[in-house]
Design a protein. Structure first.
Length: 325
């Protein structure tokens, strides 16, 4: 199947009505990096840094992390890499960290909550990122931000570490972007100032959907129950797009649904312009995007909504069947 899309690798993701999408890839291990060239991804929209911590028997040292992140940036060869800080806790437990018993791990002490309550590891990781990016652009993204003050506190940690490096006389990243994942519904309703402060936002659809529908993403009994093309979920995506447009905040979508061609086309129709997905999805997503007319797709979505349909899937599949001829 990869062969089938090989010819598309160097083609842009442009829709029939001339909208240019940016397709990035998700990564987390060194083994993923060769895909950057072979998949045709424009950059790494999500680098899940916890994988490097999970494959180790003990806490990596800062110097090791600097080496790893430097190799990631070397492999990216000037393409943008968005490093997400540690997304651990609850279900993703590090064997060398104290384990806490929690009744609802997915709703528990995880990700940025751990990072802010016990900032030692996050600080070390941020230092490593800053040092790895000497003279190059650095993009840092915080997972699981649920309200504005968490982003403010996490951002302050980065800014303080930058000042510390400066005081030490160390070289600094050439450019710094600090962003947030939007993966809890609450953040979509945050004060405007949050959207102004964030240099970019990425929708973590896996978690966002789980919390929006109150359906555990790990639970086979419920995980497929709610359609991503449910009009309520698409309306939330639409609202996030609007809020980001108001403040000029770059927005992307990096959950698994970004790698499903039909879903990806619908996100594009709602106004998303950057999608980040597993490398193998880039070909199929690009293939479909190049056949669709986003205005036509959007009109079908709006009509289905006006009709009171719960999911726009049927309407969308009709349009796509025509587009594919
Ligand atoms: C998400 O929640 O959509 C996401 C991209 O992050 P993860 O799957 O690592 O939770
Ligand atoms: Mg997530």
């Amino acid at each position: 199947a990869q062969k089938r899309y090989a010819g598309l690798r160097d083609q842009p993701a442009v829709t029939r009505d001339g909208v240019r999408l940016r397709l990035d890839m998700n990564a987390g291990l060194m083994a993923d990096l060769p895909s950057l060239k072979s998949s045709g991804a424009e950059g790494v929209g999500l680098f899940r840094t916890e994988l490097q911590f999970l494959v180790r028997a003990k806490m990596p040292r800062r110097s090791e992390l600097v080496q790893i992140y430097r190799r990631v940036l070397d492999a990216a060869d000037g393409r943008r890499v968005v490093f997400r800080t540690l997304d651990i806790g609850s279900d993703k437990v590090l064997p060398y960290m104290r384990q806490v018993e929690e009744p609802n791990p997915a709703l528990g002490w995880r990700a940025i909550r751990v990072g802010l309550d016990k900032p030692g590891v996050m600080r070390m990781q941020v230092q490593a990122l800053i040092r790895a990016a000497w003279g190059r652009p650095l993009s840092v993204m915080f997972p699981f931000v649920a309200q504005m003050d968490e982003f403010v506190a996490a951002r302050d940690i980065v800014l303080r570490e930058i000042e510390r490096e400066r005081a030490l006389g160390h070289p600094l990243p050439e450019k710094l972007e600090i962003g947030a994942m939007l993966e809890t519904p609450s953040l979509a309703f945050a004060p405007r100032h949050f959207f102004e402060m964030a240099d970019f936002i990425s929708i973590g659809g896996n978690d966002l959907k789980q919390f929006f529908f109150a359906a555990d993403r790990e639970n086979e009994l419920v995980r497929r129950r709610y359609d991503t093309l449910n009009i309520s979920f698409l309306s939330l995506v639409e609202m996030i797009v609007k809020r980001c447009e108001e403040t000029g905040t770059p927005l992307s979508f990096c959950g698994e649904d970004a790698g499903r061609p039909v879903e990806a086309a619908c996100f594009a129709a709602m106004g998303i312009r950057t999608l980040s997905m597993r490398p193998a999805s880039i070909g199929p997503v690009k293939h479909l995007l190049r056949q669709v007319d986003l205005r036509e797709l959007r009109a079908a979505i709006d009509a289905a909504r006006a009709n009171g349909e719960q999911s726009v899937r049927r309407a969308v599949m009709e349009v796509l069947a025509r587009a594919r001829g």
